[in-house]
Design a protein around this ligand. Sequence first.
Ligand code: GDP
Length: 301
Amino acid sequence: EKLFSGFSKTRDNLAVVDELLLYWNLADTDRVLDELEEALLVSDFGPKITIKIVESLREDIVAGKLKSGSEIKEALKKNVLDLLTVKGKTELQLGYRKPSVVMIVGVNGGGKTTSLGKLAYRLKNEGVKVLMAAGDTFRAAACDQLEIWAERTGCEIVVAEKEKAKASAVISQAVKRGKEQGYDIVLCDTSGRLHTNFSLMEELIACKKAVGKVMPGAPNEILQVLDGTTGLNMLPQAREFNEIVGITGLILTKLDGSARGGCVVSVVNELGIPVKFVGVGEGVEDLQPFDAEAFVNAIFS
Ligand code: GDP
């Protein structure tokens, strides 16, 4: 429901296409596809994906494979669903050896700390023993914020022992504790950074290395949080983070607001990284596993 209401603006953009499809006949093809192109562009699908979708539909209409408005609509939904389906697993991938380590990365304000808290709550309810690492040592309030989430979820947390501690030191300490005390998973928060800030990006590499030193093969997941209200900005962000640390999955947040999540189709398709979770609010239960079909239905209902 939250996902559905979050995409109301995108559905408004597409309303004219729906109307045309209702009374569709072959002579309308160009007009419908022009309107669809416009609606997808305004909804932040990006030019490359928009053209891919529109031209694939045009081909099938011209070939006589799609003979009615409802067939075109179904083909449109299937097209987007296919673009959202990549090889990577959408479930969280955990290792055989304990603890598995998940790093949460992304730009400031996207919802990293909140998503980490919500993920901890989810996992704890599934019987997983979770340790949090307050690796956002750059922003003082981030640690307090994560401590509140630790309390809220009943999870243990490792925080920096001294001011200006290195993020990699806090994370390394947390993974060591996770290993010694039999935790199933260590969730590591990291500082928000612009993808163009090279020294902070280097710090991320150091964090990743620090994890691998304690647990060879880890981190098991590096999840990038993308703010669902930022539209096309998410593509360069995801590209850069992926190049530098290798992203294994995406968390798309704030889909309950005025979501401009169309761009995620471009991100998934271009980078081949699956969306693993979506954030639909600020409460503990507002993180859901990504359901591509529900996502497509919320946009093209
Ligand atoms: P960080 O800087 O990336 O760690 O971002 P925060 O976790 O501090 O989140 C920034 C703001 O976004 C906070 O006010 C959160 O409550 C809010 N937020 C995070 N995720 C969601 C979401 O899925 N929906 C809504 N509506 N707000 C969210």
